[in-house]
Design a protein around this ligand. Sequence first.
Ligand SMILES: [Zn+2]
Length: 101
Amino acid sequence: MDLISLSINNIIPFLLIIVYFVVPLIISWFDSRHKRINYFSALLINYLFTPLIGHFIIQNRPSRYVLGCKHCGNIYNETEICGLCGGENKNTQVHNIKGIL
Ligand SMILES: [Zn+2]
């Protein structure tokens, strides 16, 4: 008789399981591709805090793709104008630094 409303009520726990266990897997994968953080460290942060807060924590990590500086050798420089020496780095190749945390 009340079959449809019963099944909707039974779906809610499964939706919560998906939100708390599957969404952190996806968010960590997307975030750790662009930020300098290991996938499993990102996963730990997303499980400790929720994926919503963990996403903003990981977005504050430095970028994985850096320009570097050909003037002073600063390998972590992310912009065209180096933050340490002020030298311009136009037409420089983007390097990929692997996550270390
Ligand atoms: Zn520099």
